[in-house]
Write a protein of this length. Structure first.
Length: 506
């Protein structure tokens, strides 16, 4: 590569679209982003599955789009890397072709297979080994489901590739995996940093199905000629190992070398909350619940502690552009997939996030619910209550991390689409009772990928805004958070019956 090669492209594989971001590592500047939605599923296709080849075609279109958008000569590109949602995997045969559709991350069909895992190692043992508790959303029970249910595909499979691995392979033809992106497969021995060989053997899964593990940022291989032709990049452009999506967002938002950096809220479709710590430590006692997920961070020698407030962003999106007339709200909310319930007071509440993080809270997630809607409430009232609900859920995640840490860190960093809403960012500061810094999103898009490729992890992102909490609101929000948690717990336990004492579900 020449000295002019300073642009890194990050291919971000999300749940609904493939995005490609360009970042100039020399100027520390985001150059733009393109997004291409995945092809629509044909009628009758299993809604819990996705087409790996269809997602790859969207990725190729996104890469071609970023080349056209930036208009830079092919020699200006330093490398390409990948960030992807975790949990989904792709089974490929000896030719590298997908042998069946993949399972989406929120699909729960593998619930009966969780017992197979816990019978082999125990619930606490699984957490101590992998940093992840037993849950059907994670990769291991889904892999067992595939083996039981899709015998032909299982026999044809030569490798199990995490979603990140699949796109690395399609870009450069190299079979490689990475620890942060593979952590939710529940196939990683967290402390050893390798595939969990004894667990695999106990469940009858051949270790030969898994590719070699490489560190995030490592060179995977040169861009395939056919991909270069389809996208406009130069053949042989370096392709680098990437990392998990939340890890990439956290890396973009705070300096990896900032020892006192607080938690990062990635306020996108869901709201994972991640704290990066030095070393690799598991809790000495898991207790009745396992409140945090643990994985190796993209930067070697650091651990990512993670909670998740659930589909907060997707619920807020459902409420966008509601009709302004109060009389139309009830039917429109139901049309958009929200449940309505009578309230026990004068306050409107929208259950828009999960304030309980652990196996119990994970397994019983009620539908988004609007409680206490009155005839005079407007669409603005509903959206405001939704924003409160997301912040109360995030506050609970921050409390999980504080409990593990023995206290709160002084500052929170928020990034992702919801953080563009200044009302929400200020509300999060008020609800959390701590400053919330929002980096300038137009300066961090693609930044994490560039830091991985260049190895310059210590730079703090420039720009942004800090929201300071209003101390006078602390008592109000403490009461609001407690009420929100009570209502959510009631919704968990009696989703189809009573949401609050003395109230009926409409």
């Amino acid at each position: 590569m020449t000295a002019d090669a300073t642009i890194v492209v990050t291919l971000d594989i999300g749940g609904s679209a493939a995005k490609a971001s360009g970042y100039d590592a020399a100027r520390e500047a985001s150059l733009g982003m393109t997004a291409v939605r995945y092809p629509a599923a044909p009628a009758g296709q299993d809604p819990g599955m996705f087409d790996p080849d269809g997602w790859w075609s969207a990725a190729v279109a996104a890469l071609r789009g970023i080349r056209e958008l930036l208009g830079e000569p092919a020699g200006r590109y330093l490398g390409i890397t990948v960030s992807a949602i975790r949990i989904p995997f792709v089974l490929v045969d000896g030719h590298g072709d997908a042998v069946m559709p993949g399972l989406l991350n929120r699909d729960r069909r593998a619930a009966p297979n969780v017992e197979q895992v816990t019978s082999a190692i125990g619930a606490a043992g699984l957490y101590q080994l992998t940093g992840h508790w037993p849950a059907p959303e994670f990769g291991l029970p889904k892999l067992l489901w595939v083996r039981e249910t899709c015998a032909d595909a299982w026999r044809a499979a030569d490798k199990v590739l995490q979603l990140h691995d699949w796109f690395i392979y399609r870009l450069c033809g190299v079979l490689a995996s990475e620890r942060s992106s593979a952590a939710m497969s529940q196939l990683i021995d967290f402390s050893a940093g390798n595939w969990a060989g004894e667990l695999l053997a106990a469940l009858g899964i051949s270790a030969s199905l898994l590719p070699d593990l490489r560190p995030a940022g490592a060179l995977a291989g040169p861009l395939r000629a056919e991909v270069a032709e389809a996208t406009g990049f130069a053949p042989g452009t370096p392709v680098h190992v990437g990392c998990g999506d939340s890890h990439m967002s956290a890396l973009s938002a705070v300096s990896a070398d900032q020892g006192d950096a607080g938690p990062v809220v990635v306020a996108g479709t869901t709201a994972p909350v991640m704290l990066i710590e030095p070393g690799a430590r598991l809790p000495a006692d898991t207790g009745a619940l396992f409140p945090l997920l643990l994985s190796e961070h993209a930067i070697a020698g650091r651990t990512a502690l993670e909670a998740n407030a659930g589909p907060t962003g997707s619920i807020a999106d459902r409420l966008a552009d509601l009709p302004g007339q109060p009389g139309e709200l009830a039917s429109e909310l139901v049309t958009r997939g929200l449940q309505l319930a009578d309230g026990d007071g004068d306050e409107l509440v929208v259950l828009a996030g999960n304030p309980f993080f652990g196996p119990d809270g994970w397994s019983k997630v009620p539908p988004p619910t609007v409680i206490g809607l009155r005839k005079g409430d407007s669409s603005d009232d509903v959206m405001r209550a939704c924003l409160h609900g997301t912040c109360y859920a995030v506050r609970s995640m921050l409390d999980c991390i504080a409990q593990r840490r023995g206290g709160h860190r002084a500052q929170v960093t928020a990034t992702g689409g919801m953080s563009r809403n200044s009302e929400w960012s200020q509300l999060l500061a008020d609800v959390a009772g701590r400053p919330v810094t929002v980096p300038a999103l137009d300066r961090v898009s693609g930044r994490g990928g560039a830091l991985l490729v260049t190895g310059q992890h210590g730079r703090q992102p420039a720009g942004g805004r800090t929201y300071l909490p209003n101390p006078e609101a602390a008592a109000v929000h403490a009461a609001g958070a407690a009420r929100y948690q009570r209502l959510y717990r009631a919704a968990q336990l009696e989703t189809q019956d009573r949401l609050v004492t003395g109230a009926r579900t409409r």
